[in-house]
Design a protein around this ligand. Structure first.
Ligand code: ADP
Length: 442
């Protein structure tokens, strides 16, 4: 697994884990509040029902089987009555073996939990009661009851009632709700995992791309170093093998060695420029400077090289002086040298190179146009990538494919833009636009 895959997995799990935890806590808080409300409502309704039942028990002279059957219908209520201390046996239709056991448990429970002596006309005691024979977890809320003890003085005696309401429907609802929430949470966590997986991939893309670019850069740089190193090594071994050679042959080797080490040193300088572009120590030394001066210097520097190649070179400047450009003159000279060097290198004898500059719409424009071999549309964007060369086989010596990469970085640092187009009639035209005062150009 690559480092990025590992990082992606870890970040995805971390984001999903944290979000899932928050989701779980919110769900838990919501469930607790909802369950407590449900229980409160149930208890309230139980108390209201007890009041009604008590009223009925008080008003009835004779407690009928019909009345009890209605009350116990659907297993909603269970009623145990005691008339003057004697249990009134009511055989409900849904009689279970546990009824007697339940009665004994309830009376024992009530005796245990009684807090006040019953003396008033009637008294009730409500609480949540668990049937003692059940295992609370396995019973899942079954066999839990609200229980109320009622005391009703009658003529010369008293009537006592234990009224139980089963909590099974309430707990059924609570467990259904919990299950539903778990299901929703699991679904939400799965969706979050998918989302974060995609999101983290998106976030890491620039890092992956930069890493890939760096790898390509290192591979291309190593490749570029191989050629001069191979030449140096073959020179050294030739010199070692043939030490008897006379001095008039040896200086050839020294010349080659000097050229190749010089080539390597330039390559190292270029690479350092490109790799240090984020370095704050390599910031621009900005000042107001006349672009005309820089262009003329560049023109003069390459005039001889162009003439040697039998390439005509021209410069066209505006009649009125342009406003000074806020730039780093050394870097702009480097940029002009790259464009001029390329123009001369990629233009054959009989061709023409034209430097021109003008000022308009708040920005300086510099154009280097040649009538050379030209650049295919497909390569026009790629040529600004470090080490990219259109045709390596035809490539001129001393060209590493770093020039336009450096040029593009210099322009970016000045918040300007660089573009290439075909020269009408053939060749390439490079245009650099520099804002007068660091305003970003689109
Ligand atoms: P190099 O040092 O190899 O010239 P650059 O980054 O300056 O590297 O240029 C990249 C490639 O773009 C070159 O290898 C060449 O193929 C192409 N190129 C640059 N300038 C010109 C030009 N004026 N005419 C034709 N091709 C050019």
């Amino acid at each position: 697994m690559t480092v990025f895959k590992k990082v992606r997995l870890r970040l995805t799990l971390l984001c999903t884990g944290v979000t899932a935890l928050i989701l779980f806590l919110i769900s838990l808080a919501y469930l607790l509040v909802a369950e407590s409300n449900l229980k409160n409502n149930q208890f309230q309704s139980f108390q209201d029902d007890i009041k009604t039942i008590l009223g009925n028990l008080e008003s009835q002279q004779v407690i009928t089987h019909d009345w009890l059957a209605k009350l116990e219908a659907g297993n909603r209520y269970l009623v145990f009555l005691r008339d003057n201390g004697v249990s009134l046996l009511y055989e409900s239709l849904n009689e279970t073996e546990d009824r007697e056991l339940l009665y004994q448990s309830v009376t024992a429970f009530y005796e245990e939990h009684k807090t006040e002596e019953v003396s008033s006309r009637y008294a009730s005691y409500h609480t949540e009661f668990t049937f003692p024979d059940t295992v609370p977890f396995l019973s899942m809320g079954k066999d839990r009851y609200y229980v109320s003890y009622c005391y009703i003085p009658k003529n010369q005696g008293q009537l006592e009632a234990y009224i139980l309401r089963s909590l099974t429907p309430v707990y059924d609802q609570i467990y259904r709700q919990r299950f539903l929430f778990c299901l929703i949470d699991v679904l939400a966590v799965s969706l979050l995992y998918c989302f974060f997986r995609y999101f983290v991939k998106l976030m890491l893309r620039p890092v992956v791309e930069s890493q890939e670019k760096q790898n390509l850069f290192i591979a291309a740089a190593s490749h570029e170093f191989r050629t001069p190193l191979a030449v140096i090594m073959s020179c050294v071994s030739a010199m070692k093998e043939d030490e008897s050679r006379t001095f008039d042959v040896r200086p050839d080797f020294y010349g080659i060695l000097e050229n190749e080490t010089d080539r390597m040193s330039r390559l190292i300088d270029d690479m350092l420029f490109l790799t240090n572009r984020q370095n704050p120590n390599q910031q621009l030394q900005l000042k107001d400077y006349e672009l005309e001066t820089l262009l003329l210097k560049c023109y003069e520097a390459f005039e001889r090289m162009a003439l040697e190649k039998k390439v005509a070179i021209h410069i066209r400047l505006p009649k009125d002086p342009m406003p000074p450009c806020h730039c780093d003159p050394e870097r702009i000279s480097q940029l002009l040298a790259i464009l001029a060097h390329n123009a001369v290198s990629y233009t054959d004898a009989g061709g023409k190179i034209t430097f021109s500059a003008w000022y308009g719409n708040g920005c300086h424009s510099i154009v280097v146009a040649d009538t050379g071999i030209g650049i295919r549309d497909a390569d026009k964007k790629k040529i600004f990538n470090p080490f990219y060369r259109v045709d390596i086989a035809r490539n001129r010596k001393g060209h590493f494919g770093l020039g336009l990469g450096i040029a593009s970085e210099i322009v970016k640092a000045h918040k300007g833009s660089i573009s290439v187009e075909d020269t009408p009639g053939g060749g390439s035209t490079f245009e650099v636009r520099l804002p007068r005062r660091g305003k970003v150009l689109g």
